[in-house]
Design a protein around this ligand. Sequence first.
Ligand code: LLP
Length: 421
Amino acid sequence: KHCFSKSSDGFLYCEGLKVQDVMDSVEKRPFYLYSKPQITRNVEAYKEALEGLRSVIGYAIKANNNFKILEHLRGLGCGAVLVSGNELRLALRAGFDPTRCIFNGNGKLLDDLVLAAQEGVFINVDSEFDLENIIRAARIAGKRVNILLRINPDVDPQVHPYVSTGNKNSKFGIRNEKLQWFLDEVKKHPDELKLVGAHCHLGSTITKVDIFRDAAVLMVEYLDKIRDQGFDVNYLNIGGGLGIDYYHTGAVLPTPRDLINTVREVVLSRDLNLIIEPGRSLIANSCCLVNRVTGVKTNGTKNFIVIDGSMAELIRPSLYDAYQHIELVSPAPHEAEISTFDVVGPVCESADFLGKERELPTPPKGAGLVVHDAGAYCMSMASTYNLKMRPPEYWVEENGSVSKIRHAETFEDHMRFFEGL
Ligand code: LLP
């Protein structure tokens, strides 16, 4: 069951509510609309897939850091994957159990590592200097830190190069040939470090799960080598990266169950705890960016639908040429002609588009138009470019009521940065 559906008479619904009615009842500006039950269903799919394994679902906070959503995910039993001190602070405020949190990154700062060490979160080791900082942080915090080594299994996730990470020349992870050096360092620092496992992250938007098995097989070989040296390593962290159906073509894509089943045997064969780090596949499909049509224009051969939303609210199409499905929330008038449009925002950049060459009925001014699958890496990557202040967020709850889960950013919020200067 999916939260957004189009009725036969052409209205878009979110969990039984007309999106048009939601639009009419909130402030006139682009907004994000989530389905809380969809988020629950996405987590349940992972939980069911993981039955029979000792596991942690570490939700990758970078995908969406709305505080209400974090509290909800925590309530459903998720841990959290963090890439900055502020994400760690936010996770703690939202009540996440720090011993179910994992701190990742190739440039973790000493102060943030100290906080992570104090709180007892798992830390993934990315490089020689990173390990040095982790040792210092452990000393400052007076705590022994649970660490995992981030290894690059060097399998090709077959995705956009910007979201491909687990390859040999990636900026992330240790150089595998230097594994022994890392093991020797850990042995020298028993008071500061406890090596508990290995981590990899292959990339994002992955739609073929075989590579997770390939990676898991390679990773347990590394774990075997590490165990041979007397380390008691029990955690395999296979990262995140499962893709979703951005194209809405009805194509059958791998589910969390498919993902977990491809690695299940490997994990069980070594009696490991499995950590996964999903972001997109937990949250992306639970949300739309709802926009209003400002007008329609043509420049010779090209037609444009100009909306109030833009690359400031949602940058994935501009940044990665990503496809996100676009449709109108209400049926267009009968006489509306269907044409091919670029859907663009008002920002002063030719890169400011939400969709290219989309077949759509010519919408009237003020019509609602949604960009689907906007739950992950959309609001969290939003900016205030052109002083388009960040949009408000709403969700539809289980009982069908709509509530605001983040205020809109305002011009006054902006001016506050200059107060007292
Ligand atoms: N773990 C690590 C170490 C990661 O680097 C990431 C994402 C994840 C987990 C979560 O991956 P997911 O399950 O969400 O694919 N802004 C890009 C995506 C960047 C992903 C960065 N790393 C986009 O909008 O497509």
